[in-house]
Ligand binder design. Structure first.
Ligand SMILES: Cc1cc2nc3c(=O)[nH]c(=O)nc-3n(C[C@H](O)[C@H](O)[C@H](O)COP(=O)(O)O)c2cc1C
Length: 160
């Protein structure tokens, strides 16, 4: 099987939560973790599969990542995966019809990417009132989250 060339683009500004997840994924894929910018543009151009992740801010990925995705050149069927960390995790909001990944997924699909997987886990959150209460999702991402992230990326790359 030919090696898969992968890159992970990550914005992680609140507590570095998503960066830790991105590194766990990169250790499974052998790819790079880059911030949105010129270097990431170049790397994506040469990649077989690209990952995009950040914390969730007011229900969507971070605006830097959304802007970056919006600035990508159109492609034909390249693989992309999404990931996020958030105070609540993605499962509970989805149960009530709130989709944290919706905006980023739509942008990438409009660019011609095929979404090959999505990952999320909780991340320590001290925003607003949560901060005054000591924060929520303390200790996340934890070892279990990181093992799941590794396994997710490993399985993706080995099914490509
Ligand atoms: C301004 C702000 C808005 C946030 N909005 C949400 C939200 O809508 N839903 C949620 O579950 N978490 C929310 N969070 C929590 C972050 O998504 C969570 O802490 C995430 O792990 C941060 O990732 P990072 O450390 O990689 O930046 C918010 C945090 C901040 C600071």
């Amino acid at each position: 099987m030919a090696p898969v060339n992968s890159v992970i683009v990550c914005t992680s500004v609140h507590h570095g939560n998503t960066h830790v997840v991105a590194e766990a994924m990169a250790s499974a894929t052998g790819g790079w973790v880059l911030r949105p910018g010129d270097e990431a543009h170049e790397a994506i151009h040469n990649a077989d599969v690209a990952g995009f992740g950040s914390g969730i801010f007011f229900g969507s990925h971070h605006r830097d990542l959304l802007q970056f995705a919006g600035s990508l050149n159109p492609v034909q069927g390249c693989g992309a995966f999404l990931f996020s960390t958030s105070g609540t995790g993605h499962r509970i909001p989805r149960l009530i019809g709130v989709d944290y990944h919706r905006k980023l997924r739509r942008i990438l699909q409009r660019k011609g990417y095929t979404i090959v997987g999505e990952f999320d886990c909780r991340g320590f959150d001290t925003y607003g009132p949560w901060g005054r209460l000591g924060g929520i999702a303390k200790g996340h991402p934890n070892n279990t989250d990181l093992k799941r992230a590794f396994r997710f990326a490993h399985d993706l790359i080995h099914s490509e």
